[in-house]
Design a protein around this ligand. Structure first.
Ligand code: GLY
Ligand code: MN
Ligand code: MN
Length: 463
């Protein structure tokens, strides 16, 4: 947990920004896997963590903007809890740690909300993403559960995003911790990318390294020789010489800050000429994007810059043809690079996505495109010092998509479908790092995990 001053200052700023009413925060509950006493790993709500810091289930909080009062709602443990789960400090003691002087038992939340509604106060809440939170809000406010998302407070969302957007040094230190573990994971995983190894063996090794470092996975590990499937969670394949292995994973620090890294390696330690050529294009697109990140530039421009590098590299490889500026403008490159360049990262891997992607990645200066590929760009707005973003370009050969576009003769003036056919079983390549936007440029978080061809080949060939 950070110093209590950090939480107090965040809450003060939030109240100033929203202006009036009552801000309702629901912490998360335990989530059962197959029966109530057998829960998944507990993950607290990130906005609750950000403003109230307490990382245990069944908590809620309010900030009364009009009288400046903050209250944390939660029950003190009783003997029965102590027998099964051990002792916990009192709610009062725990609230003190985050600078909150008032606590109340959880059932009192309903009464507090009722009184506020009777006084005509606006109750602001954030859009819930768990079904039990939807039900709780519906019950607390007396509204239909299918109206809950619609009435989430835009002012509240925007005020939260405005703060969580900018990471302070204490948060960056947490992200660096997550990267230390991720670095160890990748060095081990790269060495295991050998003929005969099953994908799940590498996943198991990576999860073990995360667990042994008091961290958790930030999201289910993507590790596949079928990298053309962007978020492939199947781990049952046995690796063979000549496969390309895409590994996209991250850890979450003890205070829940994430890392998100992707590396693509040749099984057995040597890229084929064809693989190396495509790999170099993706790497160049990533490096060009990182070099150009600085405050004031839009992430959409960074995305388009990497798309241009990809398109011209593919032209050189004979897969695209014609005027590449026009091709990128019209979206022809999206056959190979069908996703956005990256996203914000912080307490959530896709930071704040639960609050609504457009509130996080877009603002009045930039509208979401409807063009295939560009439409998936999660982050488009102008970058500011203190943002942390991922940069993760890729080139993929997705047979079903290729067949569809080819049959439609889509962008025939830009795509050489006969040449593309030679790459039908190529798979995919993605390279991802996490970048802090600094006052005058950018800084890649974490130690540098090998990504140059010769460094990758060296480590994958090592026992
Ligand atoms: N981990 C999914 C992504 O890179 O966005
Ligand atoms: Mn990733
Ligand atoms: Mn990512």
């Amino acid at each position: 947990m950070f110093d209590s001053k950090i939480y107090t200052e965040r809450r003060t700023r939030l109240k100033e920004q929203v202006g009036s009413g009552l801000l309702l925060f629901l912490g998360n509950e335990e989530s059962p896997m197959n029966y109530p006493a057998n829960p998944y790993h507990f993950r607290q709500d990130s906005s609750f963590l950000y403003f109230f810091g307490l990382d245990t289930p069944s908590l809620a909080a309010i900030m009364d903007v009009d009288d400046g009062k903050d209250v944390i709602f939660g029950n003190d443990v009783e003997m029965e809890d102590i027998i099964w789960m051990g002792h916990l400090p009192t709610m009062k003691e725990r609230a003190d740690l985050v600078g909150v002087s008032e606590t109340a038992p959880l059932p009192q939340l309903k009464e507090t909300i009722k009184e506020a509604l009777q006084k005509g106060k606006t109750i602001h809440y954030l859009p819930p993403y768990r079904p039990e939170s939807v039900l709780k809000i519906a019950q607390l406010l007396g509204i239909e559960h299918d109206s809950v998302k619609k009435y989430a407070s835009k002012d509240f969302i925007k005020a939260v995003v405005a703060q969580r957007n900018i990471k302070i040094p204490e948060e960056i230190a947490q992200m660096e911790l997550a990267h230390e573990v991720t670095n160890d994971m990748y060095l081990a995983a790269m060495r295991m990318a050998k003929q005969g190894v099953f994908e799940y063996e590498i996943v198991g090794k990576m999860e073990g390294i995360i667990g042994a470092s008091d961290c958790h996975v930030a999201f289910p590990i993507i590790l596949t020789k079928n990298g053309q499937i962007l978020h492939n969670h199947y781990h049952g394949n046995q690796l063979a010489e000549g496969d390309l292995l895409v590994m996209d994973s991250g850890s979450e620090s003890p205070m829940n800050y994430a890392s998100d890294i992707t590396r693509t390696v040749p099984v057995g330690g040597k890229f084929t000429e064809k693989q190396r050529q495509i790999y170099e294009i993706v790497l160049q697109a990533q490096e060009m994007a990182i070099q150009n990140i600085k405050p004031g530039i839009t992430f959409k421009d960074i995305h388009l810059l990497s798309a241009a590098v990809i398109a011209s590299g593919l032209k050189e490889a004979g897969l695209m043809k014609g005027d590449m500026a026009a091709a990128v403008d019209e979206g022809a490159h999206a056959l190979f690079f069908p996703h956005g360049l990256g996203h914000m990262i912080g307490l959530d891997v896709h930071d704040m996505e639960g609050l609504g992607e457009d509130y996080v990645g877009y603002d009045h200066t930039v509208e979401r495109s409807s063009q295939f590929g560009l439409a998936y760009l999660r982050l488009a707005k102008e970058l500011e010092s203190g943002n942390v973003v991922t940069v993760e370009p890729g080139i993929y050969f997705i047979p079903t998509l290729i067949d569809q576009w080819a049959s439609e003769k889509k962008f025939e003036q830009f795509i050489d479908y006969a040449k593309v056919e030679e790459y039908r079983n190529f798979g995919g390549i993605r390279i991802e790092d996490d970048i802090l936007v600094t006052q005058d440029g950018s800084q890649v978080l974490g130690k540098s995990i090998p990504k140059k061809v010769e460094d990758i080949e060296k480590i994958t060939a090592t026992e």
